[in-house]
Design a binder for this molecule. Structure first.
Ligand code: PHE
Length: 401
């Protein structure tokens, strides 16, 4: 008993002395979910020493695609909280989230702020490829690693050797849905309606078309819209005239919901197909039941019985009052864990060494699958196809690259 008491006292003194080595302004994290630029993910319940590990996160918390940034923040915060139970290298993980409103110009300015004022050791974000493409050059210029959890457009990591992603890319995702349309749904014709202002949407449309055509299918109608549009009737009417077997809509949930509603109102009965951009708890706010029986590709299924996934979902629900994590949350959780793992392997936060360690990530066991970073700084991972049933996403199949 006495010995235990002494040990506790010793640990407490050690923690206090280590904490005092850190300037108070840099050690002010909490474990909460506060918004804005406040650091979160702090030091609850664990001793820590040395300079905190600072991750800057940027995403849309308030714009048209706000669930992307909100889910990203939740995933990152949960990972930071778990990491801080036993801080990597004894250094507390601090999260600084910046809202870019889903706009590229703002993404550039908040990332610049994270790099210069925040002096972050790594940047996590964005979700939308267009925003990642806008801000990645800042990280590359400052030589601070950026890891996007979810931007799937191939060009993102081509920005430079400091830019990484932990998700699959759109040539693969497009082929998954094209093969699904031809092989599983037995459809030979497709219409495509994509967002011409989105690199993601444009790219995915093109990659879908390439595989669909290669498999003997024919794209009979193509039309475009722009982010923020609310009336798609002219495009849908033109598409309807060609009577496609499927309608591929590689967009984000906000517009997809409205497109689905207007397509059904016009009498288009073909199944709508899409990509990961459909994944949001808010998809049904626009779509109602108009996406019943439609399909999209995604990074993970919350129905998975994998032990790691089940544990993650339990922890997430516990922290966020029962909410089931979407793919964004899962990918962002994995991103944070991979960064911590790389920092551990690098023995610190030196940017060049961290970059090397990230590039050497092999078979990291994430909740979104095993992650190996290839020589283009991308991850090769399976995709899942999900079917919309009664406002839920039902697992259909896993497609391996
Ligand atoms: N892949 C999309 C893009 O690159 C972003 C996204 C990923 C959206 C996952 C939702 C879920 O723009």
């Amino acid at each position: 008993m006495v010995r235990k008491g002494i040990l506790v006292l010793f640990v407490a003194l050690l923690a206090a002395s280590l904490a005092s080595c850190t300037p108070p302004s840099e050690n002010s994290g909490d474990s909460g979910g506060g918004g804005g630029a406040a650091p979160t993910g702090g030091s609850s319940g664990a001793s820590s020493g040395g300079e905190p590990i600072k991750f800057g996160v940027y995403g849309d918390l308030t714009g048209d695609t706000a669930t992307f940034g909100q889910s990203m923040k939740k995933g990152v915060d949960l990972a930071a909280e778990e990491l801080n139970q036993k801080p990597p290298l004894g250094r507390t993980v601090e999260i600084r989230m910046e809202d870019d409103g889903g706009k590229s110009e703002q993404a550039v300015s908040v990332v610049t702020k994270l790099l210069t004022e925040g002096k972050v050791h790594a940047v996590i974000g964005e979700v939308a490829s267009t925003n990642s493409l806008a801000a990645a050059p800042q990280c590359q210029k400052e030589k601070i690693p950026m890891v996007t959890p979810a931007s799937t457009n191939p060009q993102v990591t081509e920005v430079g050797d400091y830019i990484f992603r932990i998700c699959f890319i759109d040539p693969f995702q497009g082929s998954v849905m094209a093969k699904f349309a031809v092989n599983s749904l037995k459809k030979k014709t497709a219409g495509i309606l994509y967002d011409q202002k989105s690199d993601y949407s444009k790219g995915l449309a093109q990659f879908f078309k390439a595989t669909f055509t290669q498999l003997g299918g024919q794209v009979v109608a193509e039309a475009t819209y722009s982010k923020g549009d609310t009336d798609f009737n002219a495009q849908l009417n033109a598409i309807k005239g060609h009577n496609p077997g499927v309608l591929f809509v590689p967009g984000y949930y906000t517009e997809v919901g409205t497109i689905a509603r207007q397509a059904r109102d016009q009498g288009i009965a073909a199944p709508l197909l899409g990509g990961d951009g459909w994944d949001s708890p808010k998809l049904f706010e626009g779509a109602g039941d108009k996406l019943e029986g439609c399909y999209f590709s995604n990074h993970y299924s919350s129905e998975s019985k994998d032990e790691r996934v089940v544990k993650f979902i339990d922890a997430f629900k516990k922290k966020y009052s029962g909410e089931v994590p979407d793919a964004m949350a899962a990918l962002s959780y994995d991103t944070t864990m991979i960064l911590a793992d790389a920092i551990q392997r690098a023995g610190g936060t030196d940017a060049a060494k961290l970059r090397e360690a990230l590039a050497g990530t092999k078979e990291f066991k994430g909740v979104t699958g095993a992650i190996t970073i290839d020589d283009k700084r991308n991850a090769t991972k399976p995709a899942v196809v999900l079917r919309i049933e009664g406002q839920a996403f039902k697992y259909v199949e896993t497609v391996v690259p």
